[in-house]
Design a protein around this ligand. Structure first.
Ligand code: TRP
Length: 456
C-alpha cells in the first residue's frame, strides 16, 4: 500500500522522453537481431515485408500503447484493469512476454560484454573469418563463461532500474544514443568501402520476390514488434511516466523513425562486410560477433573503435533491457505493492535463471532442439513471433472496440488541445487494418489461410 503513495516517476522533458523511448526501441533488436534475421530470410525480401508491416503497425500501435499508458498512469495490467477490468489478462500476457524476452536478451547482452572485454584486451587482430568464427563458437559453447556474463548483464540492468525512471534512464541516454549513431555511421562508411561490399548492399536492399513466403512474413512481423518494443506494454509503461502536456502523436512517429534508421544502418554495416569477407549471410545469431571484429581489423585505429563501439552497443542493450525489466517490476510495484528494490532484485534473479537454458543450448544442451531450432531461438520465436503480435492484436481490438477510439483520441490530443490530422487514418488502422493484418500473418504462418481458401 505504502508504495502507491510514492510519487510516480516522470520524464523531465520531451527530448528526455523520446530519447528514453528510443533507447528502449534501439538495442540488440536493431544491431544484432535485424541483420541476422534479414540475412536468414532472404535479405531484400525480408526488408520489404518489414517496411510494409512497419507502416501498418509502427505508428498505430506505438500511439495506442502510449495513449493507454498516459490515460491510466499505470503499467500494462493496471492500465487494462482501469479501463475495463475484465481485460486485465491482456496485460498479464505482456508481462509474461517480458520474462521470456529478457531471459534471452540478457544472454546476448552477456555476449556483448564478453566482446567488449576482448576488444579491451586487443584480441581482435584476426582477419581470418574462420578463426573469428571459431573464437565465437568456442565462447558460446563453453557452459560456464557465458553464464557469468549473462549474470553481469542482468546485474547492470538491475542497478539502473533500481535508480528509478528519470534519474536512471534519462540521464545516460542523452549522450550515449547520439554517440552510438555517429559510431554506426563511421562503421557503415568503412563497411561500404570494403572490396565486394556492394553485393551485401544489393542483398539487403533489392528484394527477390520469390523469397517471400509465410515464414519470412512471420519473421518480419516479429522483428517489427521486437525492434519497436511493442506488444508487451513497454510503451504503456513509458507512457505512464509522461506528463499530460507532452505530444504523444509526434513521439509515436519519431520513435519508429529513429529505430528504423538505426536498424537499416546496422544492416548496412553488417551485410556488406559479410559479403566482403565471404561469411554466410544465413549465419544466425553469431553474425554480428563474427563480422564486426573483421571490420575493425580493416580500420585505422580499429582496436580503439572496437572498444568504443562495444561500449555503445552494451549501452544500447541496457537501455532496452531496463525497459523490459521495468514492465515486469512496475507490475509488481503497482499491482502487488512490493517495494521497487525487492521486486527488481527478485524478478531479475528469476529471469536470470530462466535464461540459463538458452545459454546452455549453445553448447552443452545443443542437442535439445524443437522445430529445428535451439532453445534460445525457440524462446525468441515464442516471445517475438507469437506473444508480442498477439499482445498487439489484442490491444488494437481493445482500444478499437472496448475502450473506444474516441477516448484514446481525446487522450492523445491532450483533450482537444492538439490537432490530429491523421485521426481518421489511425482509427481505421487500429480498428481494422492492423488487427486484420496481424491475423492474416498468423493464419498464413499456421497454414490456416490456405485451408480457408481451399488451396492445398
Ligand atoms: N526493442 C528492443 C531492441 O530492439 C528490445 C526491447 C525492449 C523489447 N523492450 C521490449 C522487445 C519490449 C520487445 C518488447 O533491442
Amino acid at each position: 500500500m505504502e508504495n502507491k503513495k510514492e510519487k510516480r516517476g516522470q520524464f523531465s522533458s520531451k527530448l528526455g522522453f523520446v530519447l528514453a523511448a528510443s533507447g528502449s526501441a534501439v538495442g540488440l533488436g536493431n544491431l544484432w537481431r535485424f541483420p541476422f534475421t534479414a540475412g536468414a530470410n532472404g535479405g531484400g525480401a525480408f526488408v520489404l515485408v518489414y517496411f510494409v508491416i512497419l507502416f501498418i503497425i509502427g505508428f498505430t500501435l506505438m500511439l495506442g500503447e502510449l495513449s493507454m499508458g498516459r490515460a491510466t498512469m499505470l503499467s500494462p495490467i493496471g492500465a487494462y484493469r482501469k479501463l475495463k477490468s475484465k481485460y486485465a489478462w491482456i496485460g498479464v500476457l505482456g508481462v509474461a512476454a517480458g520474462f521470456l524476452i529478457l531471459s534471452f536478451y540478457s544472454v546476448i547482452g552477456g555476449w556483448v560484454i564478453r566482446y567488449l572485454v576482448k576488444a579491451v584486451s586487443g584480441d581482435f587482430n584476426v582477419t581470418d573469418g574462420a578463426v573469428l568464427g571459431e573464437l565465437f563458437t568456442d565462447f558460446i559453447q563453453n557452459p560456464l563463461e557465458p553464464l557469468v556474463y549473462h549474470g553481469i548483464f542482468m546485474a547492470l540492468t538491475v542497478l539502473i532500474v533500481i535508480g528509478g525512471v528519470a534519474k536512471g534512464i534519462e540521464r545516460y541516454s542523452k549522450i550515449m544514443m547520439p554517440s552510438l549513431f555517429v559510431m554506426l555511421i563511421l562503421l557503415m562508411i568503412r563497411s561500404l568501402t570494403l572490396p565486394g561490399a556492394m553485393e551485401g548492399v544489393k542483398f539487403l536492399l533489392i528484394p527477390d520476390f520469390s523469397k517471400i513466403n509465410a515464414e519470412v512474413i512471420l519473421a518480419a512481423m516479429g522483428q517489427v514488434f521486437f525492434s519497436l518494443s511493442l506488444g508487451m506494454g513497454t510503451m504503456i509503461t513509458y507512457g505512464s511516466y509522461l506528463d499530460k502536456e507532452q505530444n504523444l502523436i509526434s513521439s509515436a512517429m519519431e520513435i519508429p523513425l529513429i529505430d528504423t534508421i538505426v536498424a537499416l544502418v546496422a544492416g548496412l554495416v553488417i551485410l556488406p562486410a559479410v559479403f566482403s569477407f565471404g561469411f554466410n549471410p544465413e549465419g544466425g545469431p553469431g553474425l554480428l560477433f563474427i563480422t564486426l571484429p573483421a571490420v575493425f581489423s580493416q580500420m585505422p585505429l580499429g582496436s580503439i573503435f572496437a572498444v568504443i563501439f562495444f561500449v555503445l552497443v552494451l549501452f544500447a542493450a541496457l537501455t532496452s533491457s531496463i525497459s523490459i525489466l521495468e514492465v515486469v517490476v512496475s507490475y509488481a510495484v503497482d499491482e502487488r505493492g512490493w517495494s521497487r528494490k525487492f521486486s527488481t532484485v527478485t524478478l531479475a534473479a528469476v529471469i536470470f535463471v530462466m535464461g540459463i537454458p538458452s545459454s546452455l543450448g549453445q553448447g552443452l544442451w545443443s542437442h535439445v532442439r524443437f522445430f529445428g531450432r535451439d532453445i534460445l531461438d525457440n524462446v525468441d520465436f515464442l516471445a517475438s513471433n507469437v506473444f508480442l503480435p498477439l499482445g498487439g492484436l489484442l490491444m488494437c481490438l481493445f482500444i478499437g472496440w472496448v475502450w473506444g477510439v474516441d477516448k484514446a483520441i481525446d487522450e492523445v490530443t491532450n483533450h482537444g488541445k492538439l490537432s490530429f490530422p491523421l485521426k481518421g487514418f489511425w482509427t481505421v488502422m487500429i480498428k481494422y487494418v492492423a488487427p486484420v493484418g496481424i491475423l492474416f500473418v498468423f493464419a498464413q504462418a499456421t497454414g490456416l489461410l490456405e485451408l480457408i481458401l481451399g488451396a492445398k
